[in-house]
Design a protein around this ligand. Structure first.
Ligand SMILES: Cc1ncc(COP(=O)(O)O)c(C=O)c1O
Length: 270
């Protein structure tokens, strides 16, 4: 049986229920975090908590728990579900609303814990494909619940053999649907800075990269993709995932580059 934590109570997931008048359900009004854990070691918990708090603030939601309380209930949930390597989803919604549009007094907070379903060895060895689409997420600095565009494009991506969609807007590359995006031009690592979610892994990888490479956080024009020597995605579940094809053009002749390999080798959780 899988357990969840709903409003700070650990209960069987099958028995958990929220109000049908919850703004998360009615309007997609909510924020969330996904993090990983090895045993009771939570990876970058402080960073995830800070971002959750910041996302909540942008939606006028108040987190009903402290960092310590949230960390403790997350660890308790992992233990209850007997998970060795876990993916944790923390969700905060607007909570029940009388008229379906006004924020109520009690936001809903829940935590889900699952086994990590990662990518395959082949994906990391050979790299993956992305397709591009013109889009910018609403409130890009916040991790809001609304992923309508990403979900709509899932089928198209699969048909074209792509694992994710890369967003661009006004001629600039932004981020992928659930990841941040990087390119290498020779030994310079470049990643967008504006109108994106500042990923926890993105920030971690930038720190590692600075030991060996020049790093530029800046606007990345779409045309520059064709000049990229290497490319990769970062995200909590993926870590560093090399990209070898974008739409119909190959990066580095379809091979994973040496600089990306160096980063993958030096990226260690916990
Ligand atoms: C839109 C978007 N950008 C970037 C990321 C990467 O963030 P993180 O490294 O914290 O997982 C995510 C992760 O879910 C995301 O949804």
């Amino acid at each position: 049986m899988n357990y969840c934590c709903l409003n700070q109570k650990i209960i069987p997931e099958a028995k958990a229920g929220v109000s049908l008048r919850d703004l998360g359900l009615l309007r997609g009004y909510g924020v969330f975090e996904v993090l990983t854990a090895q045993g009771d070691k939570l990876f970058l918990f402080q960073e995830h908590f800070r971002r959750l708090k910041n996302s909540a603030k942008k939606l006028n939601l108040k987190l009903p728990v402290s960092e310590k309380q949230l960390e403790a209930s997350t660890k308790k949930l992992i233990l209850k579900n007997k998970l060795e390597k876990a993916s944790i989803r923390i969700v905060l919604t607007g909570g029940p609303s009388k008229d379906g549009i006004t924020l109520g007094k009690k936001p809903t907070l829940f935590i889900l814990a699952n086994k990590i379903k990662g990518f395959t060895k082949k994906d990391y060895l050979q790299g993956v494909k992305l397709i591009t689409t013109e889009y910018q997420r609403e409130i890009p600095r916040a991790k809001i619940s609304n992923y309508i565009h990403a979900i709509q494009l899932q089928e198209k991506g699969k048909k074209e053999g792509a694992i994710e969609v890369l967003y661009f807007h006004n001629g600039l590359i932004l981020e992928a649907s659930t990841s941040n995006f990087f390119i290498f031009k020779k030994d310079t690592l470049i990643t967008p800075k504006n109108n994106i979610l500042l990923g926890t892994v993105r920030n971690f990888v930038i720190k590692i990269a600075k030991q060996k490479f020049k790093v530029q956080e800046r606007d990345l024009p779409f045309q520059e993709l064709k000049k990229a020597d290497e490319a990769f995605l970062t995200a909590t579940i993926k870590g560093i995932l090399p990209v070898t094809k974008i739409d119909n053009f190959k990066i580095n002749d379809g091979r994973v580059g040496e600089n990306t390999k160096w980063l993958m080798e030096n990226f260690k959780r916990n």
